[in-house]
Design a protein around this ligand. Structure first.
Ligand code: ZN
Length: 497
C-alpha cells in the first residue's frame, strides 16, 4: 500500500489548488500543453496522483495539459516543466484557412467537419437501410448529436449475437479515429455480399460505431468537452470514484453509460492519437489489494492476446515504442476515470484503448496511409468478439430470457446476459472452464465446458426458480472484490439514472 499512501500525502501538501475535492472533474477551461522532463517513474505516479492531465509519455518526456496555477506549483516543487505550442490547435486553424483541393476531396485526405460527418452517416444509413441504423446516444453540452451507427443484418432487431463497439475521438484534438471509423463503416457496407469474410462478420455480429464522441471539443480544436472536462477521466473508477451512476457526470459520458446499460457489449475499443499502442486494463489500479505487487486484470492473458491481434497487423505500431505495440495502461501512465476500466469493471465488456498515430492531428495527406495500417487490424479485432463461450439463459419453464450474471471459476470477472435477448458472450482463450450462472430468484447452475480455437462454444442454460444460491446471494464475487460494489444484476439494471 506504499504508493496510495504517497498519493494522499502529496495531496495534503499541495491542497485543493489543483482540483476540486469531488470526483476528479476538471474544472478548468484554460489548460495548455506542457512537457515535463522525468527523472524516474516516481514523477509519473506523483503527477497522476495529483490528477494532472497526462496525455502521453515518450523517452522520459511527458506531455500533459495544465493550468497556469498548476504550472507554477509544479515549477516551485522543482519539476522540470516547459510550455509547448498547441500543435493540434495550430494544425486545425491552418486547415480551416486552407481550401480543400479537388484531389484531396477525391482521395479523402481531409478531416470531416461535424456537419459533414453527420451528413455522411445519414447518407450511409439511408442508402443501406437493411444493414445500417443511425441513432443518437444523446446530445453534447452544446447540443450536437452523439451518432451511433449500428451495422448488422436484421439491423432493426436485437439478435443473439455478440455486440461490439468502436468509439473515436473522445479527445476532440485527436481526430484520426473519426476518419478511420468513417472509412470502416463504408468498407463494411461496400463489401457486404462481396467479401465472404465481411458478410459473415456482419451476419453474426452487432457492430456499433461512434466516430465522434466529443464533437464540441473537436469543433473547437480542444481535448476537452465544452465544460472543460476530459471525458476519459469522467467515468466511474474502481479506485477513485467507485459509484456506477451517471449522476454529476458530463452528458457525453452519461450517454455512453446509458447505452451500455441497455446493451451487453462483449468487446470494444476507443481510438486516440498521440502515440502508437494498444493499451488494456488496468489504467488506474496499481496495487489495490495491497500485496505490494502490481495488480493484473483477471483476464490479463486474454487481453495480451487480443491487443497483440490488433498490433501485429499494424507494422509501425508493432515495431514502435512499445514491445509488440501493447502495454498495460498503468504501466505507461496511470489514469483514473477512463472509459476502458469502467467498461471492464461494470459492463463486463473487454475494452482496449488504441493510439493510432504518433502525432495527434497528422497531416490529412496521411489519412489513407494510416487507414491502410489499421484496416486489417480493425476488422480482425471485431472478429475477436467471437472467441470463447456463448449462449442464452432462459427460464426453464416459460422459456423467457433472464437477466443473469455469468462467472468463470478462478477468474474474478463477470459478464451479463443481454436484458432483452438473454444472450451472453464470455470471451476466453482455449481451455476447459467451469461456469456459474446466477439470476435473482433462480437456482444457480454450474457447468463445465471446453473452449477450442475459433468460433465460440455454445452453452445455453435453463434456470429453475428457487433460492438464488449458496454464499449469501447476489452474484459471483460478493465480498471478494476490493474497491467496488458487487455487480449484482439488479444493481446493473437499476443503476441507470
Ligand atoms: Zn486521447
Amino acid at each position: 500500500m506504499r504508493k496510495p499512501v504517497r498519493f494522499i500525502l502529496t495531496f495534503l501538501i499541495l491542497g485543493p489548488a489543483f482540483v476540486s475535492a469531488d470526483t476528479g472533474k476538471w474544472h478548468f477551461f484554460d489548460k495548455k500543453p506542457v512537457e515535463v522532463y522525468l527523472t524516474g517513474r516516481f514523477d509519473i505516479l506523483d503527477l497522476a496522483g495529483l490528477k494532472i492531465d497526462i496525455d502521453s509519455v515518450r523517452d522520459n518526456v511527458l506531455l500533459a495539459y495544465v493550468t497556469e496555477e498548476e504550472f507554477k506549483t509544479l515549477q516551485s516543487r522543482g519539476v522540470y516543466i516547459n510550455w509547448v505550442p498547441d500543435a493540434e490547435k495550430i494544425t486545425r486553424d491552418l486547415q480551416l484557412q486552407t481550401t480543400r483541393s479537388s484531389q484531396q476531396i477525391k482521395t479523402g485526405e481531409f478531416y470531416h467537419t461535424y456537419e459533414e460527418l453527420s451528413a455522411e452517416l445519414q447518407a450511409v444509413a439511408s442508402d443501406n437501410p437493411d444493414l445500417c441504423l443511425l441513432e443518437s446516444a444523446g446530445q453534447t453540452v452544446q447540443g450536437r448529436e452523439l451518432w451511433w451507427i449500428k451495422i448488422s443484418d436484421n439491423v432493426d432487431t436485437e439478435e443473439e449475437e455478440p455486440e461490439f463497439h468502436y468509439i473515436a475521438t473522445m479527445h476532440g484534438n485527436e481526430p484520426v479515429g473519426t476518419e478511420l471509423c468513417l472509412r470502416l463503416i463504408n468498407y463494411l457496407v461496400d463489401y457486404y455480399n462481396v467479401s465472404p469474410r465481411i458478410t459473415e462478420l456482419i451476419n453474426n455480429t452487432e457492430i456499433w460505431i461512434m466516430p465522434l464522441m466529443n464533437p464540441d471539443g473537436y469543433t473547437a480544436g480542444s481535448r476537452y468537452n465544452a465544460n472543460g472536462v476530459n471525458l476519459n477521466r469522467n467515468f466511474p473508477d474502481q479506485v477513485a470514484d467507485p459509484v456506477n451512476t451517471t449522476a454529476g457526470r458530463e452528458p457525453e459520458t452519461s450517454a455512453i453509460m446509458n447505452w451500455a446499460l441497455m446493451h451487453s457489449p462483449t468487446l470494444s475499443a476507443n481510438f486516440h492519437s498521440g502515440a502508437l499502442v494498444v493499451s488494456y486494463p488496468w489504467d488506474g489500479r496499481i496495487d489495490l489489494d495491497g500485496d505490494d505487487n502490481p495488480d493484473l486484470n483477471p483476464d490479463n492473458d486474454l487481453f495480451v492476446n487480443i491487443a497483440e491481434a490488433y498490433a501485429i497487423l499494424n507494422e509501425p505500431m508493432y515495431n514502435g515504442q512499445f514491445y509488440h505495440g501493447i502495454s498495460i495502461g498503468q504501466q505507461w501512465y496511470p489514469i483514473y476515470g477512463g472509459m476502458q476500466d469502467w467498461a471492464y469493471v461494470w459492463i463486463g465488456c473487454n475494452e482496449v484503448t488504441i493510439e493510432l498515430h504518433d502525432t495527434k492531428w497528422p497531416d490529412p495527406s496521411l489519412i489513407p496511409v494510416i487507414w491502410e495500417d489499421n484496416r486489417e487490424a480493425m476488422i480482425t479485432y471485431i472478429e475477436q468478439s467471437h472467441i470463447g463461450i456463448r449462449g442464452v439463459v432462459t427460464d426453464a419453464v416459460t422459456g423467457t430470457p433472464i437477466p443473469a450474471e455469468v462467472c468463470v471459476n478462478g477468474i474474478d470477472h463477470s459478464v451479463y446476459t443481454d436484458p432483452q435477448v438473454g444472450n451472453y458472450h464470455r470471451m476466453l482463450l482455449p481451455g476447459t472452464y467451469t461456469l456459474n450462472f446466477y439470476a435473482d430468484g433462480y437456482i444457480s447452475q454450474e457447468r463445465e465446458i471446453a473452449v477450442t480455437p475459433g468460433a465460440a462454444a455454445i452453452l445455453d442454460v435453463q434456470l429453475l426458480t428457487g433460492n438464488t444460491k449458496t454464499g449469501g446471494g447476489g452474484g459471483c464475487f460478493v465480498g471478494v472484490v476490493i474497491g467496488k460494489e458487487p455487480k449484482k444484476t439488479s444493481m446493473f439494471q437499476s443503476g441507470n439514472n
